[in-house]
Design a protein around this ligand. Structure first.
Ligand SMILES: Nc1ncnc2c1[nH]c(=O)n2[C@H]1C[C@H](O)[C@@H](COP(=O)(O)OP(=O)(O)OP(=O)(O)O)O1
Length: 210
C-alpha cells in the first residue's frame, strides 16, 4: 500500500524519499504539536546474524536496550555525529555507517521532539567495550518476519544455534518492534511515534522508502 502523502506526520522530514509505502500506523488522536526538534543519531551494528545493542545505564532511556548514539553537536553533520557517538559509546569502535532511517519521537513530557537519524553497519574495527553510559551486548536476530513476531510476543527466547538471547524487544523503546524487523531486512524508512504521559505509545506511523 503506498503511503498517502497527506498522512505523513507533521514535523517528519522526508527529503529525497519519493515513493513511500506504509509499513504500519496506529492511534486515532491528533499528533502532539512539535514546535522544535533536537537532532540525534542512533547506530545499529550487525555481524554474522547478531545485533549489537547497548543497555543504557543512566539518563533518559535508562534500563532499555538501544543502538548507539546521542546528540548532534553544533557544526557537525549527523553522519559525523553518528561516527563520533558510536566510537564514544563503545570506547573505540569505528564502522562504515550507512544512513537507513529518519525518525521523530514526541511525548507530552518534552518540549523538543527527538529527530533521530538512524545508521546501520555490518563491519567495524576495534574492540567492543563497555562505556560509562552503555553496556554492549550481542543478540540473535530472528531469521524471518514470523520469527520476529514470535520473539516480540514471547520475549526472553534464546537462539539454540548461537546460545544468544533474541532481540529484547520487551526491554527496548516500544516503537522499536514496529520498525526494527524492516530495518534489519535492509529497508530504508521514515516514521514518527508519539508517546503518552504513561510512557506508552499513543500514535505511530512508519513508511518504507523504495
Ligand atoms: N525508538 C525510540 N523511541 C523513542 N525515543 C527514542 C527511541 N530511540 C531513542 O534513542 N529515543 C530517544 C531517547 C532520547 O530522547 C533520544 C536519544 O537518546 P540518547 O541517544 O540516549 O542521547 P542522549 O544521551 O540524550 O545524548 P547525549 O547527551 O549523550 O549526546 O531519543
Amino acid at each position: 500500500m503506498s503511503a498517502n502523502p497527506a498522512k505523513i506526520p507533521p514535523g517528519l522530514q522526508h527529503d529525497g524519499l519519493e515513493a513511500l509505502s506504509l509499513l504500519c500506523q496506529s492511534g486515532s488522536m491528533d499528533w502532539l504539536p512539535v514546535a522544535k526538534a533536537k537532532l540525534y543519531t542512533n547506530a545499529f551494528v550487525r555481524q554474522d546474524g547478531k545485533l549489537l545493542l547497548g543497555y543504557k545505564k543512566r539518563g533518559f532511556g535508562k534500563g532499555l536496550y538501544n543502538g548507539f548514539g546521542g546528540k548532534v553537536d553544533k557544526g557537525e553533520t549527523p553522519a559525523e555525529a553518528a561516527a563520533r557517538e558510536l566510537e564514544g559509546r563503545l570506547s573505540g569502535i569505528t564502522a562504515q555507517l550507512e544512513h537507513r532511517a529518519t525518525l521523530l519521537f514526541m511525548s507530552p513530557e518534552i518540549t523538543e521532539a527527538a529527530h533521530i537519524e538512524v545508521y546501520y553497519a555490518e563491519k567495524f574495527e576495534g574492540t567492543v567495550t563497555e562505556s560509562e553510559e552503555m553496556r554492549p551486548e550481542w543478540f540473535a536476530i530472528p531469521d524471518t518476519e514470523a520469527r520476529h513476531k514470535d520473539v516480540i510476543q514471547n520475549p526472553k527466547q534464546v537462539d539454540d544455534a548461537s546460545g544468544l538471547r533474541f532481540i529484547p524487544y520487551d526491554e527496548m523503546w516500544e516503537d522499536d518492534a514496529l520498525w526494527l524487523p524492516a530495518f534489519l531486512s535492509g529497508h530504508r524508512f521514515i516514521g514518527r511515534a508519539d508517546f503518552g504521559i504513561d510512557g506508552h505509545l499513543q500514535k505511530s506511523w512508519f513508511a518504507l522508502a523504495s
